[in-house]
Design a binder for this molecule. Structure first.
Ligand code: NAP
Length: 285
């Protein structure tokens, strides 16, 4: 597994350990995925049964000004791994993002917005989203056995994330302002990581959507974080325009799978409860 030092990487390592797999986790200092010969050498040395790519350029705003660097990791780095894994005849699971969509929701027959499914057309609006989409294409072109799992709004104990930020702010302020006009699926890495191993174990190839069930705005997510954590902090409404960031965020990024071989993740509220328990040291992910 690459990206072993990252937020998702930590929980994938833990899930692998728990499932009894012999895991070799390589952090960036041990394997830079942009170095194609280092990738070949690592695969020749480790001789894995499968490869999981948790390495990525994840600075969404920074990608706007470092387009080539983001592309080198998220597109060509993913491609290096995918081609090397294909040459070694082993499957690769690669992680992608809701940012491949433009955030304009499709509606169902009743006129309500519906989650994006795998067959929906992509149209990234940010350099990060472009780089992730290019990575998906390189991975899927390398082998039909490879899997691209798109997820969204990840949070876990192994890294910086929205829930941790909100809990920190709640200790410092009486109120936080959070946007109401971006809606997505918060996904706990403690649920997502074992599900990635499940895809590998069941040989589910191709493109899959895998995110916490249900959807909510960032504002609603913040309110539920404080409710479950029993923290007293007011959540005030804000718009994306008021909280402008260098890279545009998709307004609608709910994901769902239309495939019957994909096992849906538990509701995002359960993921939040798992995260809070893991943070408190009650359970290990
Ligand atoms: N976080 C989210 O909300 C979210 C949502 C949807 C999808 N995803 C996807 O989920 C995956 C995991 O993300 P995460 O949240 O765990 O991110 P993360 O905590 O930033 O982890 C990414 C890891 O990749 C490493 N890395 C960066 N460049 C590398 C390179 N050239 N070679 C090898 N390793 C490199 C980073 O190392 P350094 O720290 O040393 O740079 C970091 O340890 C990514 O594919 C991301 O696009 C994330």
């Amino acid at each position: 597994m690459t990206g072993a030092g990252g937020m998702l990487g930590l929980d994938v390592l833990r899930a692998g350990e728990r499932a009894g797999h012999e895991f070799v986790g390589l952090a960036r200092a041990e394997l830079d995925i942009t170095d194609s010969s280092a990738v070949e050498q690592a695969i020749a040395r480790v001789r894995p049964d499968a490869v999981l790519n948790c390495a990525a350029w994840t600075d969404v705003d920074g990608a706007e000004t470092h387009v080539e660097q983001a592309h080198a990791v998220n597109a060509d780095g993913a491609g290096n791994l995918a081609r090397a894994a294909a040459r070694a005849a082993v499957p690769l699971v690669h992680v992608s993002s809701d940012y491949v969509f433009d955030g304009e929701a499709f509606v169902d027959r009743s006129g309500a917005p519906r989650p994006y499914v795998e067959s929906d057309p992509t149209r990234p609006r940010s350099a990060y989203g472009e780089s992730k989409l290019a990575g998906e294409r390189q991975v899927l072109a390398a082998s039909p056995s490879h899997t691209v799992a798109r997820s969204s709004w990840l949070f876990g104990v192994g890294g910086h994330n929205f829930a941790a930020t909100m809990l920190k702010l709640a200790g410092e302020r009486e109120a936080v302002q959070v946007v109401t006009d971006q809606v997505g699926c918060p996904t706990w890495t403690g649920h997502f990581a074992p599900a990635l191993l499940g895809l590998l174990g069941r040989g589910v190839g191709g493109l899959v959507h895998l995110a916490g069930a249900g959807h909510v705005s960032w504002n609603g997510f913040a309110a539920e974080i404080f409710r479950q954590a029993e923290v007293n902090c007011r959540v005030e409404e804000a718009t994306s325009e008021q909280m402008a960031r260098p890279a545009p965020r998709p307004a609608w990024s709910a994901l769902e799978s239309e495939r019957d071989d994909v096992i849906p993740l538990p509701p995002w509220q359960d993921g939040l409860a798992g995260y809070l328990a893991a943070r408190a040291g009650v359970v290990r992910t």
